[in-house]
Write a protein that binds this ligand. Structure first.
Ligand code: HEC
Length: 408
């Protein structure tokens, strides 16, 4: 049965690798095309239908790219599409969500001091919120508000801030941030899947049939692309935030999230303006730094526990805490790990509970059994540099505990 822990760990790594690869491909191509689009130059003698062109040099050759605003007069022989980058980023991201947050719901998704949910309820809320997010967003874009680009952006911002607050009211801080990223990224991917690519297909079908395509499809797709452009950087922040508890596990976490969306806008604005050769708006750097400083300051307000602190163990955790080897393993963990992995770490230089992993009470140790096994039993990742001098024999006690409890 312990093979399961090993397999799960590797599945998790594989899915993460996959997700980062597809994410790099998607964001890379999308940043490239935004910059290309903004940098197009209009010249007098361009072929009919060509809006602008650009020369680029890369990898030992020169590229001459021309953009047809609606479509060329005829369907080209070879046409390269950019869609699987986005689809597979979403699919792999959803896989990660299942592995980390649905599979480890008790540990990562649910925080019983925030809301006492069963794993099934928590997963239900998670899935429903992602689907509902897209429906709300899409309806807003299609409503009269959608005709005013800036008005729409402000309304969308309010929706995102409301979601930031909402998620922190039901999930652990870590899951709340991750979900805000997933909520936003689902909108972005759905924009590609439900709007941008289908609209392009209509245009292509018109071309093949010899009809003149309606420019409205391009206009709609462009608006969705603009949203994706400004949402990219915050999404990356939220996806990485689970490594930084000061961002997600402090009192004002949802306000921090709200400011992160603004930083996404200020940073992208600098790049967009620069790529459009409209000068270099250095004020955006100042604005970004100020926003970051406010975030840092907000993160110094600690999270106040309101609910019950000592929560009851799940049946799985009880299994780990009542195993015959538990006592020995707990002694090792309390001697070698708890100085750092405590609500208030006493190890010199460790100021925050590392990764929010507390290993003080029986419940906490049982809750992290699999991670302890991976980090300190099978591998020597913990303690870092073996600063607390755990012996091979002590590691064996941890391994024996996990392996016997899991196969009970
Ligand atoms: C000197 C302080 C210190 C000691 C002692 C220590 N840890 Fe850690 N632990 C850390 C830090 C720092 C991190 C965060 C590492 C990172 O950010 O990748 C961490 C992370 C972890 C994680 C989370 C890993 C992840 O990537 O999610 C686990 C689980 C863990 N430690 C278990 C243990 C166990 C078990 C022991 C005792 C055998 C132990 N630690 C001893 C400092 C310590």
């Amino acid at each position: 049965m312990y093979e399961y822990a090993v397999a799960w760990e590797w599945l998790s790594f594989a899915a993460r690798w996959f997700h980062v690869i597809t994410g790099v491909a998607w964001i890379g191509s999308s940043f490239y095309f935004i910059a290309l689009d903004l940098g197009l130059v209009k010249r007098p003698h361009l072929p009919p239908g060509v809006y602008g062109e650009e020369w680029q040099v890369h990898g030992g050759g020169f590229y001459h790219v021309q953009k047809y605003l609606v479509a060329p007069a005829e369907m080209p022989e070879h046409l390269t599409w950019f869609k699987y980058e986005s689809y597979f980023t979403w699919i792999s991201g959803f896989l990660m969500l299942c592995i980390v947050y649905y599979g480890g719901a008790d540990l990562f998704l649910i925080d019983r001091t925030v809301m006492d949910l069963t794993p099934l309820q928590a997963v239900g809320i998670s899935l429903a919120s992602l689907a509902l997010g897209w429906v709300i967003y899409d309806q807003l874009c299609k409503s009269p508000i959608g005709r005013n680009t800036w008005g729409l952006m402000i309304v969308l911002y309010i929706v995102l801030v409301a979601m930031a607050w909402g998620y922190t009211q039901v999930f652990s801080g870590r899951a709340a941030f991750l979900h805000l990223g997933a909520f936003t990224a689902t909108i972005m991917s759905a924009n590609v899947f439900f709007i941008i690519i289908p609209n392009q297909k209509v245009v292509v079908a018109d071309l093949i049939a010899g009809r003149t395509p309606d420019p409205k499809y391009g206009v709609i797709a462009k608006q969705r692309s603009l949203h994706n452009n400004y949402l990219t950087l915050p999404v990356i922040f939220f996806m990485l935030s689970n490594h930084y508890p000061l961002a997600f596990a402090t009192y004002f976490n949802w306000v921090i999230a709200a400011l992160v969306f603004l930083m996404g806008v200020t940073i992208r604005h600098w790049f967009n303006t620069t790529h459009a050769r409209k000068g270099r708006p250095t004020w955006t750097w100042l604005a970004t730094v100020i926003l970051f400083i406010v975030i840092i300051w907000l993160s110094t307000v600690p999270k106040v526990l309101t609910g019950e602190t000592e929560t009851s163990m799940t049946p799985m955790q009880q299994k780990f805490a009542s195993n015959a080897h538990f006592g020995a393993a707990r002694d090792v963990i309390q001697a070698r790990c708890s100085m750092c992995h405590a609500a208030e770490p006493v190890y010199e230089g460790v100021t925050f509970t590392p990764k929010s992993v507390k290993l003080e009470t029986d419940g906490e140790i049982a809750a992290h059994a699999r991670e302890i096994y991976i980090q300190a039993g099978l591998s020597h990742a913990m303690p870092p540099g073996n600063v607390t001098g755990i012996s091979p024999e002590e590691r064996r006690l941890i391994t024996a505990w996990y392996e016997s409890a899991i196969s009970e």
